[in-house]
Design a protein around this ligand. Structure first.
Ligand code: ZN
Length: 310
C-alpha cells in the first residue's frame, strides 16, 4: 500500500514537473507556429498562383493589344480590298504593256495570246469555259451582253471574281434590230451595258467589241461611232484569229485548226471565240496546250494594249 502511494506520488510529481510542463508548452507552441507558418505558406502559394495567372492573363492581353493593329489592318484590308485589286490590276497591266512592247519589238521568244470570249454569259457553257480557264490558270477577256435575268448573276460575278477582263459588247447585240441605225442608237446601247455591268459588278468598262466586228457598221457610221467612243474614253478591238465557231457546221477539229493555223507567224493574237459554242469549249484545252507549246502566253486585254484601237 505504501509502495502504491509512493508510485502515485512519483507519477503526480512527474506530470506536474515544471520542466516537463515547460517542455510540453514549447512543443505545443512550436506546433502552433508551424501551423500558422503552413497556413501562411499556403496563402502565399495561392497568392503566387494568382500572380502567375494575372501575369499570364496580362501577357495574353498584351499580345491581343499588340495584335489589335494587325487585326484592324486586316479588317481595313478587307474593306479596302476593291481598291487594292484595282491597284494590283494596274500594276499587272503596266507589266503586261511592257511585255507586249518587248514581244512586238522581237525581244525574246515568247508571244502573246489574248483570248476573247463573246456574247455571254450563257447558262450552259460559260461556267465550263471558266473551269477550263481555271484549270490552265489563264486569264481572258469576256465581251459581255446585258442579261438581266438573275440566273446569270452568279456567272457574271464568277467571271469578274476570276480576274478576267470585263468588256462591253453592247447591251442588246441587236445587229438587225436597230443597233446600227445611227451613232446615237449604238452609243446608247454601249452606255446601257456600261451601266448594267457597273451596277452588277462595280466595274466600269472601257473596251468595246462591235457586235459582228467594227466592219458591220458602214465606214461613215463607224467613224462617227469611233469619235463618240473616243470622247467617252473607250477603245475597241476586233480580232486577228477566229475560232469560226459561229459559222455553219463547226466542229471541235475545225475550231482547233482555225485557231492554231491562224496563230502561225503571229506574235500577238486576239482570238475570237463564243461561249455559246460547245465545239469551242471542247477544243479549248487542246488549243491552250498547243498555243503554249508554240510559246504563247495568255493575257487578259487592257485598255493600254496596242491591240485596243482608240
Ligand atoms: Zn457578238
Amino acid at each position: 500500500m505504501v509502495k502504491t502511494q509512493s508510485n502515485f506520488r512519483r507519477f503526480i510529481k512527474l506530470v506536474f514537473n515544471p520542466f516537463l510542463c515547460l517542455f510540453f508548452l514549447i512543443i505545443l507552441n512550436m506546433l502552433m507556429i508551424t501551423k500558422i507558418f503552413c497556413i501562411n505558406k499556403i496563402k502565399e502559394q495561392e497568392m503566387n498562383i494568382d500572380k502567375q495567372s494575372l501575369s499570364y492573363i496580362k501577357e495574353i492581353y498584351n499580345e491581343v493589344i499588340n495584335e489589335k493593329p494587325i487585326f484592324e489592318e486586316k479588317v481595313n484590308d478587307l474593306k479596302d480590298i476593291d481598291n487594292k485589286i484595282v491597284k494590283i490590276k494596274e500594276k499587272y497591266f503596266k507589266n503586261a504593256l511592257e511585255y507586249e512592247k518587248k514581244v512586238l519589238a522581237g525581244e525574246g521568244t515568247k508571244k502573246i495570246a489574248y483570248l476573247t470570249i463573246d456574247d455571254g454569259p450563257y447558262k450552259n457553257y460559260t461556267p465550263s469555259f471558266l473551269n477550263v480557264l481555271d484549270k490552265y490558270d489563264i486569264l481572258s477577256t469576256f465581251f459581255l451582253l446585258g442579261k438581266p435575268n438573275e440566273m446569270y448573276d452568279e456567272i457574271y460575278q464568277r467571271i469578274f471574281d476570276s480576274g478576267h477582263t470585263i468588256a462591253n459588247h453592247t447591251y442588246s447585240h441587236a445587229i438587225w434590230g436597230g443597233l446600227y441605225a445611227s451613232a446615237s442608237s449604238f452609243i446608247n446601247d454601249v452606255l446601257k451595258q456600261e451601266k448594267f455591268l457597273e451596277e452588277k459588278l462595280g466595274v466600269k468598262t472601257n473596251i468595246l467589241r462591235f457586235p459582228g466586228g467594227s466592219t458591220t457598221a458602214s465606214s461613215s457610221l463607224r467613224n462617227s461611232i469611233i469619235t463618240r467612243l473616243r470622247s467617252l474614253n473607250y477603245g475597241y478591238v476586233d480580232w486577228n484569229v477566229s475560232a469560226g465557231d459561229s459559222e455553219k457546221k463547226p466542229n471541235k477539229e475545225i475550231v482547233y485548226n482555225n485557231v492554231i493555223n491562224g496563230a502561225k507567224n503571229k506574235k500577238v493574237i486576239v482570238i475570237l471565240m463564243h461561249d455559246f459554242s460547245y465545239h469551242s469549249l471542247s477544243a479549248l484545252p487542246s488549243i491552250i496546250e498547243q498555243l503554249q507549246k508554240m510559246d504563247f502566253i495568255f493575257l487578259p486585254l487592257f485598255y493600254e494594249s496596242s491591240k485596243i484601237k482608240k
